[in-house]
Design a protein around this ligand. Structure first.
Ligand SMILES: Cc1cc2nc3c(=O)[nH]c(=O)nc-3n(C[C@H](O)[C@H](O)[C@H](O)COP(=O)(O)O)c2cc1C
Length: 229
C-alpha cells in the first residue's frame, strides 16, 4: 500500500481550492509517484476529505494515516462517523487504538478499565439494538469500567476520547456510543460475559469512514474567556 503523507506546509495560499481541481490533481499525482509531501494547507484538508470516499481509497489503495505526532490535526479532524465501508481493520491498528485508551489520564492512576474488541460479525450484529448503523462497523470496542473507582466516569471518558483520536489518526472513523447503549447495558454485559460489578460505559464502532459529517461547532470566541468568565 502506498503511504500518502499529507502534511500541510507552513505557508498557506489563503485560497479556496475547487473540489474538481483537487481531485484531478490528486489522481494525476497518484497515478505517477504515489507520494505527496507538504501541499498547502487547504490542499491537504481537501485531499483528506476526498480520501474518505471509498472509491478513491480502493482505486489507489492509499493509506491516509497521519504522521504520529499530528495530535492537533487529529483533534480538529475527528468527527462522529456512523457510516463505514466494508473494509476490514488490521488487528495491529485495533491494538494501537486500544493502547491509546490504556494510556489516558486516570484519577490516582487507578486505570479502572478493560476494553473488549469485537470483530465477530454475529456479535456486532447484536449491537444493532443501539443503532442500526453500528452493524456496518469493522470492529466495536466496548469500554468496560470498574465503578468502584472514584473517577471511573472521567477516566472512561478520557480513554474513549483517546481512542477516537487514535482512530482518526490511523485514518478510520469512529463514534462514541453511550446514550443509545446505556439502556441495553445488561443485554451487552450478558452478550460479552462482563462481570456483574463492572459497567459497560460505551461502545466505539470503528471502520473506514463512508461519510464526512461537519456538525457545527461553537466558535472559539463564544467559549473562550480570558482571565474572567
Ligand atoms: C457522552 C456521549 C454520549 C454519546 N452517545 C452517543 C450515542 O449514543 N449515539 C450516537 O450516535 N452518538 C453519540 N455520541 C456522539 C455525539 O452525538 C457527537 O459527539 C456529537 O453530536 C458531536 O459530533 P462530533 O462528535 O462529530 O463532533 C455521544 C457523545 C458523547 C460525548
Amino acid at each position: 500500500m502506498n503511504r500518502l503523507s499529507i502534511r500541510p506546509s507552513t505557508g498557506s495560499t489563503g485560497q479556496r481550492i475547487a473540489p474538481l481541481m483537487v481531485r484531478t490533481w490528486l489522481e494525476m499525482v497518484l497515478e505517477g509517484k504515489g507520494v505527496l509531501v507538504a501541499p498547502p494547507l487547504q490542499v491537504s484538508q481537501a485531499v483528506r476529505r476526498y480520501f474518505q470516499r471509498s472509491y478513491l481509497r480502493r482505486k489507489f489503495k492509499v493509506d491516509t494515516r497521519m504522521d504520529e505526532m499530528d495530535t492537533l490535526e487529529a483533534i480538529r479532524k475527528r468527527r462522529s462517523i456512523r457510516r463505514y465501508t466494508n473494509d476490514a481493520i488490521p488487528r495491529a491498528d485495533l491494538e494501537t487504538i486500544v493502547d491509546a485508551g490504556r494510556l489516558a489520564a486516570t484519577g490516582s492512576n487507578r486505570q479502572p478499565w478493560d476494553f473488549v474488541v469485537v470483530t465477530d460479525r454475529a456479535t456486532i450484529e447484536q449491537f444493532k439494538a443501539a443503532g442500526a448503523w453500528i452493524e456496518q462497523a469493522s470492529a466495536v470496542i466496548v469500554v468496560v469500567m470498574d465503578p468502584a473507582s472514584r473517577w471511573w466516569v472521567e477516566d472512561g471518558a478520557a480513554a474513549i476520547e483517546n481512542m477516537l483520536l487514535a482512530s482518526t489518526a490511523l485514518g478510520y472513523g469512529a463514534c462514541w456510543v453511550e446514550g443509545d447503549a446505556l439502556p441495553l447495558e445488561a443485554q451487552f454485559k450478558t452478550l460479552l460475559g462482563v462481570p456483574g460489578q463492572k459497567r459497560v460505559m460505551a461502545l466505539i464502532p470503528v471502520g473506514v469512514a463512508a461519510e464526512t459529517p461537519m456538525p457545527e461547532k461553537k466558535p472559539l470566541e463564544m467559549v473562550l474567556h480570558w482571565e474572567k468568565y
